[in-house]
Design a protein around this ligand. Structure first.
Ligand SMILES: NC(=O)c1ccc[n+]([C@@H]2O[C@H](COP(=O)([O-])OP(=O)(O)OC[C@H]3O[C@@H](n4cnc5c(N)ncnc54)[C@H](OP(=O)(O)O)[C@@H]3O)[C@@H](O)[C@H]2O)c1
Length: 245
């Protein structure tokens, strides 16, 4: 595998990169902080990734830099065959309601700019006959819920885009893998009360890499969230109006 990973300096993305590193894969990192990128690249080399693990700066809030980042990945990997997007933003609903700038950033990062990055990556993959595009959405996009009005809306839109992309380009060799984590203990969820089925970045990473290997279009991680969301999707509006989750 020759994979470009955007957002693998910590959290779930880093765990995915580490699973791939142990297999000796060729990896290229995109992220916004040069020092974190250098540290992560070294960590992945020590874990077994084919050296050198190269990297380039790329900010999810600056889509004008996406082409250059992917071009650098293509050059370093002789054409990547897998593109993994785990960079993303989260903030509590109350903060997003009172801070329009943060709200705009979150909606841009998790929806419009995520799609822009996917478009740039999938065009490169399709130009050489296909490959895998693996993107982290969320169970938050499955139903309109009181604590995640904006984050959930962005992830719902992202999931729907990825579903349609799969329908549009599967026959041409594009494998779209949409990962829908439930609550995972990472910096993103620091300070939040974990629900009963909270998962770890490592277990989500293993499920993600399995899905990439199989070309599974949608993966809930941990897997129990598939059943949980099936139940949540069937709840009537009167219940959802009162639900605090
Ligand atoms: N944790 C959960 O419970 C959960 C649940 C459902 C879905 N997800 C989704 O899973 C993905 C990974 O989440 P996580 O929990 O691993 O989050 P995390 O620990 O906060 O890590 C987020 C990653 O995104 C990068 N990032 C953030 N803003 C960026 C920007 N403007 N430009 C470039 N990179 C940026 C961070 O880089 P820096 O190190 O530079 O900040 C970091 O590598 C996200 O899409 C998230 O929405 C998470």
């Amino acid at each position: 595998m020759r994979a470009v990973l955007f957002g693998a300096t910590r959290g779930i993305g880093r765990a995915v990169a580490r699973v791939l590193a142990v297999r000796g894969e060729r990896l290229f990192l995109l992220g916004r902080d040069r020092e974190s990128l250098a540290r992560s690249a070294r960590d992945l080399e020590l874990r077994g990734a084919t050296a050198p693990v190269a990297y380039a700066q790329c900010d999810l809030l600056d889509p004008d830099g996406f082409a250059a980042g992917l071009e650098a990945a293509d050059r370093a990997l002789d054409g990547f065959d897998t593109a993994i997007l785990s960079a993303g933003l989260f903030a509590p609903q109350e903060r997003l309601e009172s801070d329009p700038r943060l709200r705009r950033d979150l909606l841009a990062a998790d929806f419009a700019h995520s799609i822009e990055w996917c478009e740039a990556a999938r065009a490169r993959l399709l130009a050489r006959g296909g490959g895998t595009l693996c993107v982290f959405s969320s169970v938050a996009g499955e139903r309109g819920r009181r604590p995640v009005v904006f984050y959930g809306a962005a992830k719902a839109g992202l999931s729907r885009y990825l579903e349609a992309l799969d329908h549009r380009y599967h026959a041409e060799g594009l494998r779209v893998v949409t990962v829908k984590p439930g609550f995972v203990r990472t910096a993103m969820t620091d300070g939040l009360e974990p629900p009963p089925f909270a998962g770890s970045a490592d277990s989500v990473a293993l499920a993600t890499v399995r899905a990439i290997d199989r070309g599974a279009p949608v993966v809930y991680a941990p897997g129990v969230w598939r059943a949980v969301m099936l139940a949540v999707r069937s709840l009537p509006r009167s219940v959802m109006r009162r639900a605090t989750f």
